[in-house]
Write a protein that binds this ligand. Structure first.
Ligand code: MN
Length: 228
């Protein structure tokens, strides 16, 4: 018998491509601006600033082919992002060991109430009101490393109603996946079930009800979401 005073909330899970198994989610980390508008040359950029992160709530993840237009906004933007799902974690993970902790990859959307985020930025307030709302992180099925490897280059594209809106390449990430994992682990204890949204290429913009967002990350998958 449980001694909980309420029924516990259900475990949040992400679907796995071609499987009836599910990936259980612990935390959701999102990196801020992580793509340069131009191709990044080999080697590191000495001018890059330290990365910054915010979090969404695990139950903001939304596995489905619809995105319900949220409350209290008139300016909801799409941000296509590759998603990294961890099978293990720890503290102070070295960059060269970071990929050992990855279970797999997926294609997600960091849906953003841009008007509310803008007000928060202006006032120096936290971003949750713009970022961490219900259904704010639609995500397609994950694929395991054994299937897709560790994608580090390839097209990232979001089309709205068939028209390309965001187009980039995974190789344009300023902070690469192993660096993000290592950096986060210096500030937080990472663990199995943690999910990292890896940032979005240029071209973010608003959607309205009825829009169809086609989300593609080369080597990871294509997945379509309709705004309802
Ligand atoms: Mn984002």
């Amino acid at each position: 018998m449980s001694n909980l005073v309420l029924n516990p909330p259900p475990v949040v899970t992400i679907a796995i491509e071609g499987s009836d198994q599910q990936f259980p989610v612990r935390r959701v980390y999102c990196i801020g601006r992580n793509y340069a508008a131009h191709a990044i040359e080999m080697g590191h950029d000495p001018n890059r600033e330290p990365p910054f992160f915010f979090q969404k709530n695990p139950d903001n993840l939304y596995v489905g082919d619809t995105f319900p237009y949220p409350e209290q906004t008139k300016d909801v933007h799409h941000e296509i992002e590759m998603v990294v799902a961890l099978k293990s974690g720890g503290r102070n993970i070295p960059v060269e060991k970071a990929l050992d902790h990855v279970w797999g990859y997926g294609v997600g959307l960091d849906m953003t109430r841009r008007d509310l985020q803008g007000i928060a930025k202006e006032m120096g307030r936290p971003w949750e009101i713009g970022k961490a709302f219900e259904h704010s992180a639609p995500i397609g099925p994950l694929r395991p490393v054994s299937d897709v490897g560790h994608p580090s280059q390839g097209l990232v594209q979001l089309k709205v109603n068939g028209k390309p809106k965001q187009t980039g390449d995974l190789n344009q990430m300023i902070w690469k996946v192993p660096e993000m994992i290592a950096y986060l682990s210096d500030y937080f204890e990472l663990a199995a079930g943690d999910v990292i949204m890896t940032g979005t290429p240029a071209g973010v913009g608003p959607v309205v009800k009825g829009d169809v967002m086609e989300c593609h990350v080369e080597g990871v998958g294509t997945w379509t979401v309709t705004v309802v």
